[in-house]
Design a protein around this ligand. Structure first.
Ligand code: ADP
Ligand code: MG
Length: 326
């Protein structure tokens, strides 16, 4: 069935019917604006991300449920990178008139499933017809006490540079998807990334990171943002970058330089953060409690830009960059 038969308000009603009662929502979908109750003493954190068909996703290999999950995951990842607790989301859709309910219903299911998983409520949005492909724009609101929020700007010389998970899996998965492979660990990581919300909030609430960002455009590119905002340099030992078992087995079949996937591949949605040396034991304790992999891969330096070395100390020449839109 086609969405045209429902009409704009039928469509909004269909979405609204699936949203339950949530904490802090005085008024959700249905009025001119949502009325929300923020936690006392917190700053409001707001982030938005747009996903365009043909630029960010390809419907030929992206099932609708997973697209719904990922659309929210990318926003949750930004919230995590500030140490914020996610609370509310707005969903704006540009829908081609050919959109079917067979697509829309599972898309909304995936999105609401991820929202429930992280305690986020859908409180509004906008719905329009699109003349050129599907457009998904999500705005996520969250909150955190002002002194706990982690910015990109706080890294100091001597701080350790840490990363969660195993960067590179998503880029490997995308390469495989483009080659017609539809399963395996890397494809799953690319299509259904799990945002590091708990990790980000736990780090922030323990006051550990001096700076933090999520890896959306590639490890080196995103580290570059921390360096720029903090006015520092960094030395990364590329041999310490953790790789998943699947990556070690398969990356060589799609790339003659697998490290390149790990350093410049985007969409891992892992956290990259800096910590003073003396806080490293706290990092290890927190991450072993929640059983998430964390690895120190280098150190912040006072100057010198971003140097990449091998474990023997010799330079590794990274002649590539992260994802660029323009
Ligand atoms: P307005 O014309 O005042 O902007 P709309 O007709 O766009 O109102 O929206 C009516 C209500 O439905 C609002 O509460 C809005 O937030 C909500 N809404 C519209 N589109 C969506 C959507 N895709 N998902 C969730 N809520 C939506
Ligand atoms: Mg509107």
């Amino acid at each position: 069935m086609n969405i045209a038969s429902l009409g704009e308000f039928g469509l909004i009603g269909r979405i609204a019917d699936r949203v339950g009662v949530r904490d802090g929502v005085r008024c959700g979908i249905g009025d001119d604006a949502a009325a929300l109750e923020p936690a006392p003493g917190c700053l409001q954190l707001v982030t938005t991300d747009m996903l365009l068909e043909g630029v960010h996703f390809d419907l030929s290999y992206t099932p609708p449920e997973l697209l719904g999950r990922k659309s929210l995951a990318v926003n949750l990842s930004d919230m995590a990178a500030m140490g914020g607790n996610p609370r509310w989301l707005l969903l704006s859709l540009g829908l081609p008139s050919s959109t079917t309910l067979e697509f829309l219903d599972p898309f909304i299911s995936g999105l609401l499933e991820m929202a429930d998983q992280f305690g986020v409520a859908l409180v509004g949005g906008d719905t329009c017809a699109s003349r050129s492909g599907l457009v998904i724009s999500i705005t996520l609101l969250g909150e955190q006490h002002p002194e706990k929020i982690v910015y990109r700007r706080g890294a100091s010389p001597g701080d350790l540079i840490c990363v969660t998970g195993t960067p590179g899996d998503s880029a490997l998965g995308l390469t495989q998807l483009r080659a017609g492979i539809r399963e395996g660990h890397a494809v799953a990581r690319h299509r259904d990334p799990l945002p590091r919300c708990h990790e980000g909030v736990m780090l922030a609430e323990a006051g550990i990171p001096s700076a933090m960002i999520d890896i959306s455009d590639g490890l080196l590119a995103d580290l570059g943002h921390i360096l720029k905002h903090s006015g520092v340099g960094a030395r990364i030992d590329v041999d310490r970058i953790p790789a998943s078992e699947y990556f070690r087995e398969h990356a060589g079949t799609v790339s003659d330089d697998p490290l390149r996937l790990a350093l410049s591949g985007g969409e891992d949605y892992e956290l990259l953060f800096t910590v003073p040396h003396r806080r490293w034991p706290d990092v290890v304790r927190i991450f072993s409690e929640i059983q998430t992999q964390v690895t120190a891969i280098g150190e912040i330096t006072s100057a010198g830009g971003l140097q990449t070395i091998r474990s023997g100390g010799e330079p590794y020449l990274a002649g590539f960059q992260g994802f660029r839109h323009f």
